[in-house]
Design a protein around this ligand. Structure first.
Ligand SMILES: Nc1ncnc2c1ncn2[C@@H]1O[C@H](COP(=O)(O)OP(=O)(O)OP(=O)(O)O)[C@@H](O)[C@H]1O
Ligand SMILES: CC(C)(CO)[C@@H](O)C(=O)[O-]
Ligand code: BAL
Length: 280
């Protein structure tokens, strides 16, 4: 696998592939790769001749009091995993390469409405940082296809909207969430959990499943189901941030039985914020 550290190296690699008539699939990540990321690579491989990943812990999407400094960085292991799964190249830019003038004067991309709900409401500026870095990466890599995990359901919806609104000629593929045997969605931040928190953590997915079952059984007071789920999360040791039964496309709160629904949840165990979701 080729490790590309500069924009020049990246552009030369992309040009070589394009001159050979090859198609390109892209998997952007923040590193500390687990089986969920590697599944994105496997799906990407089915979509194009060449797969390129990026690892960039994007400072623009972290809030002031969030975990930018402590975010796990495991480049050697990541390179081994990507090589094993057949990625052809890895782009590892520095913040100076991505934001040479600094974050304060960086132009940005923002997706209105979708970006203001759920995680956007609790993490001010987060989705602006995600949309901006992903549009920069799309302009640098110019892939045919890009793969994102459904674990970050709102992020995937925002990227799809951004690609439509800004006419990026890129096909976006959503990949189902990879889970541990006990149901916990794999996430780099799971590594922050203590042994006892790790035992408590699967309750988040269990409660999502209970609420899905209640909806399918015909319960349609969605706000009451949300209140009960938050109480159940608190009982299980979480501090719930949001638990929303939403429309699958607008992500606005669902009101009617006929709407396609997704249950979106974020909750903290100690200082670790976990998210998960379940389509109904
Ligand atoms: N369990 C998973 N299954 C499938 N895709 C996943 C999973 N976890 C993350 N992804 C996807 O991998 C890509 C990179 O995500 P990222 O590097 O932030 O990993 P993460 O594990 O979600 O980390 P964090 O704990 O910071 O949220 C995103 O498209 C994300 O949705
Ligand atoms: C898409 C992404 C790589 C942008 O920094 C990040 O938000 C992530 O890892 O999900
Ligand atoms: N997986 C989403 C990236 C973030 O939480 O910053």
């Amino acid at each position: 696998m080729n490790i590309l550290q500069s924009v020049n190296e990246l552009r030369s690699q992309i040009l070589r592939w394009r001159q050979a008539g090859q198609s390109i699939a892209f998997v952007p990540t923040m590193g500390n790769l687990h089986a969920g990321h590697l599944k994105l690579v496997d799906v990407a491989k089915q979509q194009a001749d060449q797969v390129i990943c990026s690892i960039f812990v994007n400072p623009m999407q972290f809030g002031k009091n969030e975990d930018l400094a402590s975010y796990p960085r495991t480049l050697e292991d990541d390179i081994a995993g990507l090589t094993q799964h057949g990625a052809a190249a890895l782009f590892t830019p520095t913040p100076e390469i991505m934001y040479p003038r600094g974050l304060d004067v960086q132009s940005y991309v923002e997706v209105p409405l979708l970006g203001d709900l759920h995680c956007g409401a609790s993490r001010a500026g987060h989705f602006r940082g995600v949309s901006t870095v992903v549009s920069k990466l799309f302009n640098l890599v110019q892939p045919d296809v890009a793969c994102f995990g459904q674990k970050d359901y709102q992020q995937l919806a925002i990227i799809r909207q951004m690609v439509t609104d800004l006419s990026f000629p890129i096909r976006i593929i959503g990949v189902p969430t990879e889970r541990a045997a006990d149901g916990l969605a794999l996430s780099s931040r799971n590594g922050y959990l203590s042994a006892s928190q790790r035992q408590q953590a699967p309750a988040l997915y269990q409660i999502l499943q209970q609420v899905k079952a209640a909806i399918l059984a015909g319960q349609h007071d969605y706000r009451a189901l949300e209140r009960q789920a938050k109480a159940d999360l608190t009982e299980a040791g979480f501090r719930p941030d949001y638990f929303d039964i939403s429309h699958q496309h607008t992500l606005a709160l669902a009101e009617h039985a006929t709407e396609p629904k997704v249950i979106l949840a974020a909750a903290a165990l100690g200082t670790t914020r976990l998210i998960d979701n379940l389509e109904v």
